[in-house]
Write a protein that binds this ligand. Structure first.
Ligand code: NAD
Length: 477
């Protein structure tokens, strides 16, 4: 990279510059606590400048032919490819994820750019059935304008690219505000990639900074045509309430309490192996992590035994050490939330610790809790930590009833009978349900762009006949 990671600068109108208020903050390596860089702490003044730059650049960017925008995205992807190893290491250090997670993050970002470069050149609208004889009706996809994109710290690069890449491809310009815990891999390196790709000034702007300052300023900015927010329900609710006051368009990707259902005919070992991914991948800090395991009584003892044995055998440590399965949690605040607000109160209410529930620094042991009931936070809350809470039920129907009624993104069902699995899946109220699988099959290919609006076009194909009252006094049409 041309400058070291964590260089403490914003990227606005194609230029690197310090925050208007001159403030900076530290970037930490999560496993060691070493300081690995600095980020600029932007505020409302910087958000204003970035939105103004994006507004100015948008008409020219949208006016480019789609293959030209696609070529910029390919050059952006080339930069990430050329720096692949460097970026993987940076992601491991800044997020605390193991190599496989970091490679997934960078690889998905590159694939997203490649896909969006092609999407830009595909179908740009539809021919519609005319509502009346003699008319031709069309709709075309037109850019929304300026996108404000706010992202979290768990998969900072690809959660940014899943919105930035299709957004740019369809002719929008962007102001990106990455999470303050991961401002380098989630923002600064993307600014470097934009510069290396030669993106016209203002097309992608990166304003690093803290949520309540730079984030809130962008979230309620009147110059943003769509705010795309990925993060917690709590912040999402505040943004939704503010946006509702003057009907500003927003798109929210939040969290939930996802369920992992093990039916009485399931292959218990398969389910237990998948549970390691579903609840422990990236220390359970993904929006699609399974937060509660609902297991039919016939297989419950075997399932508890199978997950406990696997969990106890996992190694926790610095992800740069070969063979480590789980790295650190992202912060002390996150660790305290997992331990003090989820695990300890659930144990106080009667949950039993089968393994784990201990930590050293940010390193939290993979945990299995049994005897979990719906009153406990381990059942009802999104955990965002390496915890498998197990609740035993007596019937498939009870399992379905217990799963539904909570905010959820993704569920899993395990059963030997595929038709039964699909039937149960249809009854679970999650955005996505896997049968005999965990969440890891979710790639750039499955994202829905959604960064255009439909413009309806009517063309009159035959001589127009208008009612007499529409003519001027001389009878002219
Ligand atoms: P968070 O809501 O604390 O922060 C997310 C982003 O919002 C960060 O950039 C932060 O700086 C910013 N922010 C914080 N306060 C703000 C405010 N008042 N105004 C504007 N912006 C503000 O969430 P987090 O802890 O970074 O991420 C974890 C959450 O994200 C979990 O709930 C998880 O489920 C969710 N998540 C959802 C998805 C999804 O696709 N649905 C993906 C990943 C994470």
């Amino acid at each position: 990279m041309t400058t070291p990671a964590g260089d403490g600068q914003l990227y606005i109108q194609g230029k690197f510059r310090p925050a208007a208020g001159g403030r900076t903050g530290p970037v930490w390596e999560k496993a060691t606590g070493a300081r690995i860089g600095t980020y600029a702490r932007g505020d409302a003044t910087d958000a204003d400048a970035a939105v103004a730059a994006a507004r100015e650049a948008q008409p020219g960017w949208a006016a480019l032919a789609a293959p030209e925008r696609g070529a910029y995205l390919r050059r952006f992807a080339d930069y990430l490819r050329e720096h692949h190893e460097e970026l993987v290491l940076l992601s491991m250090r800044e997020t605390g994820g193991v190599r496989a997670k970091a490679e997934d993050e960078v690889g998905t970002s590159i694939r997203q750019l490649d896909i969006s470069a092609v999407q830009a050149t595909e179908n740009a609208g539809d021919l519609l059935p005319p509502y009346k004889a003699g008319k031709l009706s069309m709709s075309r996809a037109v850019p929304l304008g300026v996108l404000g994109i706010i992202t979290p710290w768990n998969y900072p690069m690809n959660l940014a690219m899943r919105a930035v890449a299709p957004g740019l491809a369809f002719g929008n310009t962007v102001v990106l505000k990455p999470a303050e815990l991961t401002p380098v891999i989630g923002g600064q390196v993307l600014a470097r990639a934009a510069e290396a790709a030669g993106l016209p000034p203002g097309v992608l702007n990166v304003v690093t900074g803290d949520g309540p300052d730079a984030g809130w300023a962008l979230a309620e900015h009147r110059g943003v045509d769509l705010l795309d927010f990925t993060g917690s329900r709590q912040v999402g609710l505040a943004i939704a309430a503010s946006a509702a006051a003057d009907l500003r368009p927003i798109r929210l990707e939040l969290g939930g309490s996802n369920a992992f259902v093990v039916l009485d005919d399931a292959d218990v070992d398969l389910a237990a192996s998948a549970a390691m991914i579903a609840s422990y991948e990236f220390q359970g800090q993904t929006c699609i992590s399974s937060s509660r395991h609902i297991v039919l009584r016939e297989v419950a003892d075997r399932y508890v035994d199978a997950v406990t044995r696997r969990a106890a055998a996992l190694t926790v440590g610095d992800p740069l050490t070969p063979g480590v399965d789980l790295g650190p949690l992202i912060s002390e605040a996150q660790r305290d939330r997992v331990h003090q607000q989820i695990v300890q109160p659930s144990v106080a209410l009667g949950a039993r610790v089968a393994t784990g529930a201990t930590y050293e620094g940010l390193f939290y042991r993979p945990t299995v809790l049994t005897d979990v009931t719906p009153e406990m936070p381990a059942f009802a809350e999104e955990i965002f930590g390496p915890v498998i809470p197990i609740t035993v039920v007596d019937s498939e129907r009870e399992a379905i009833e217990l799963v539904n009624g909570y905010p959820m993104l993704m569920n899993s069902v395990f059963t030997a009978d595929l038709v039964r699995g699909m039937t149960v899946a249809e009854r679970l109220q999650a955005g996505e349900v896997h049968v005999n699988d965990a969440h890891a099959r979710h790639g750039a290919e499955n994202q829905m762009p959604g960064f255009t609006r439909r413009q309806w076009i009517g063309v009159q194909r035959t001589p127009l006949t208008l009612p007499a009252w529409t003519a001027d006094p001389d009878g002219r049409r």
